[in-house]
Design a protein around this ligand. Structure first.
Ligand code: ADE
Ligand code: ZN
Length: 343
């Protein structure tokens, strides 16, 4: 039997664990929100917007990413953004998603924290009710701002604790190592949040940053972290702790010279809990199912490997054990129905 890989990848029940809500802002929605909020944009067509997506690294991506967020002004805007992503994700077989949001990118330009999280939360609640998709929020601190601003943001988030499953760290890694935020993450852990941090691809000090997040911060997961493959002792540490790595093939191909397919597959074969995700799909041209297809085509993966990656996504998620078990049973039933050997 030949399998239509794209259809298989879309139907495969999966969790998405590395997704920036602000990175789901498609040009069409950007224009609609600009019009609704009376904002003039530099570009006037979708093609003109896409022509600016000519990134060479993380820094050049972020230089396009942050200004685009200016169209997000009201709670309704944030809800519409998240809802558009969640409907798209449902069509990609996403059963559970843990979505990053960057409150400081909005509060720093005068948008109230309550409006940002209020809009996102409404979409998450609607997703469960109307799409059957489970959706949680992860608050990310921007690492190129100060640790003091991050701590103040954590304090601002405490009244909304029930809506936030964990905290993360993103933005420009250059000169902003994990240890800069050690006190903020220690406090977040004390407050009951789970912890993750970006260790972006091919950064100066990538290996040292991965070591810091494991040994000094004590994260529960690592975002990207693919460079760990260069250090066998660290690979063992990641595997022994059962830490998930949230890899993003299409994103990698935009901000580095390749999608890092060989590295991702090597880690998967070595028993690391590797997961596939879309990162900022409106910018990197591929939602999560397409990331499965891209990696499969590039590295010659079999459907059973995709089932393994989907299994990892639920296992590395921050669901309760009972909910994890229910999704894993759904995945097993899908694999059996498709005649795919246990992944
Ligand atoms: N913000 C949005 N996407 C990001 C990424 N891949 N790395 C760091 N910061 C980000
Ligand atoms: Zn990211």
């Amino acid at each position: 039997m030949t399998i239509d890989l794209a259809a298989f990848a879309r139907a495969l029940p999966k969790a998405e664990l590395h997704l920036h809500l602000e990175g789901t802002l498609e040009p069409e929605l950007k224009f609609a929100l600009a019009e609704r909020n009376g904002i003039a944009l530099a570009e006037s067509t979708v093609e003109e917007v896409r022509a600016t997506y000519d990134f060479t690294d993380l820094t050049s991506f972020l230089a396009v990413y942050y200004p685009a967020m200016g169209v997000l002004q009201t709670a309704r805007d944030f809800e519409d953004l998240a809802w558009a992503y969640l409907t798209r994700a449902a069509a990609d077989g996403v059963r559970h998603v843990e979505m990053f949001f960057d409150p400081q990118a909005h509060t720093s330009r005068g948008v109230p924290f309550a409006d940002v999280i209020g809009g996102y939360r409404r979409a998450a609640v609607r997703a469960q009710a109307e799409l059957g998709v489970s959706a949680e929020l992860i608050l990310c601190f921007l690492r190129d701002f100060s640790a003091e601003f991050a701590m103040a943001t954590l304090m601002e988030a405490l009244p909304y604790r029930a809506w936030i499953v964990g905290v993360g760290l993103d933005s420009d890694e250059r000169g902003n190592p994990p240890e800069k935020f050690a006190a903020v993450f220690a406090r977040a852990k004390q407050e009951g949040f789970l912890l993750t941090m970006h260790c972006d691809i091919d950064q100066d000090g990538s290996i040292d940053h991965i070591r810091q997040v494991i040994e000094e911060i004590g994260v529960d997961r690592i975002d990207h972290g693919t460079n760990v493959v260069e250090d066998p002792a660290l690979v063992s540490a990641v595997r022994e702790r059962g830490l998930g790595l949230t890899c993003c093939p299409s994103s990698n191909s935009f901000v580095t010279e390749s999608m890092k397919a060989d590295e991702i597959v090597q880690l998967m074969r070595e028993g690391v809990r590797v997961t596939l995700n879309s990162d900022d799909p409106a910018y990197f041209g591929a939602y999560v199912a397409e990331n499965y297809v891209l990696l499969a085509e590039h590295a010659g993966l079999e459907p059973a490997d995709l089932v393994t990656l989907a299994r990892n996504s639920f296992e590395a998620s921050w669901l309760t054990p009972a909910r994890k078990a229910a999704f894993l049973a759904e995945l097993d039933a899908f694999a059996e129905e498709q005649g795919v050997a246990r992944g």
